[in-house]
Design a protein. Structure first.
Length: 226
C-alpha cells in the first residue's frame, strides 16, 4: 500500500502499454488505441460534468478565465480561447507534440459534458455536493490515465503538464498541482470566484491523474520500477 502510494506521488513517466501509440502525431493508430482514447475522454467529460452539477466551485482554469473576463470585459468564451492559445504556444519551447487526441479532447469532452449535464444529479445538500466533487475528480483521474496512455496527443493543459514533466523530470502529480494552484491563484487575484470545490480540485487533481495512470498501468501489468 505504502509502496504504491510512493509510486503514485513520484510517477514521472506515462506508461507505454501494448495499445499505446508509439508517437503522438500518428494519423493511423490501432483501433484499440482509439477505443481507449475515446473511453478516457468520455470519462473525463463525465467527471467535469459532476464538478459542474455539484455547484460548489468551478475548476481552477475556469476561475482564471473568469478573472480575466472581469479584468478585460471580454466574454468567458473569448478569455477561454485566449488562455488556450497561450497554453498551446507554451508547447513549442517544451517540445510538446499534438495529435488526434488533442483535437478529440476539445470536441468529445465538450459533447459529453453537455449531454451529462442533462442527466446527472444536482444535489443541494453540501455533503452530497462534496462527495460528487470527489467522485468527479477521481473519474477525471481515471479518464486521464486512459487517454494519456493512448499517447495520441494531450489536451492543451495536459500537454503543458507532460511538457514540463519532460523538461524538469519532476513528478506528474507535483507539476499538475502546481499548474492548477497557479491558475486558481492568478484567477482569484484577477477577481475570479473560488469555491470549496475549486480548492479540492486544485489540490487533488494532480494526485488523481497520477493515480489514474498508475491504475491503468497496473491493469496492463506495466513495470513502474523500470
Amino acid at each position: 500500500m505504502v509502496k504504491n502510494l510512493i509510486y503514485v506521488l513520484t510517477l514521472k513517466k506515462i506508461p507505454q502499454l501494448y495499445w499505446s501509440s508509439s508517437y503522438e502525431f500518428n494519423l493511423k493508430p490501432k483501433k484499440i488505441t482509439i477505443f481507449y482514447l475515446v473511453l478516457g475522454l468520455i470519462l473525463f467529460g463525465i467527471g467535469e460534468a459532476l464538478l459542474v452539477t455539484a455547484n460548489i466551485g468551478v475548476s481552477p482554469w475556469f476561475v482564471l478565465h473568469q478573472g480575466l473576463a472581469f479584468k478585460t470585459e471580454y466574454s468567458i468564451g473569448i478569455t477561454t480561447f485566449i488562455v488556450s492559445v497561450v497554453v498551446l504556444l507554451l508547447w513549442f519551447p517544451l517540445k510538446q507534440k499534438p495529435g488526434i487526441g488533442t483535437i478529440l479532447n476539445a470536441i468529445l469532452i465538450s459533447v459529453v459534458l453537455d449531454l451529462s449535464l442533462l442527466i446527472l444529479p444536482y444535489p443541494t445538500d453540501f455533503f452530497y455536493q462534496l462527495i460528487q466533487v470527489i467522485i468527479g475528480i477521481l473519474i477525471i483521474g481515471i479518464g486521464s490515465g486512459f487517454y494519456l496512455a493512448a499517447n495520441l496527443g494531450p489536451g492543451p493543459r495536459d500537454g503543458l503538464m507532460t511538457g514540463l514533466n519532460k523538461r524538469t523530470n519532476q513528478s506528474l502529480a507535483l507539476i499538475r498541482t502546481f499548474l492548477e494552484l497557479s491558475a486558481v491563484g492568478i484567477g482569484f487575484y484577477l477577481g475570479g470566484i473560488v469555491g470549496i470545490g475549486t480548492l479540492i480540485y486544485a489540490i487533488g487533481i494532480g494526485f488523481s491523474v497520477s493515480t489514474g495512470l498508475f491504475i491503468v498501468g497496473k491493469i496492463y501489468k506495466y513495470d513502474f520500477s523500470k
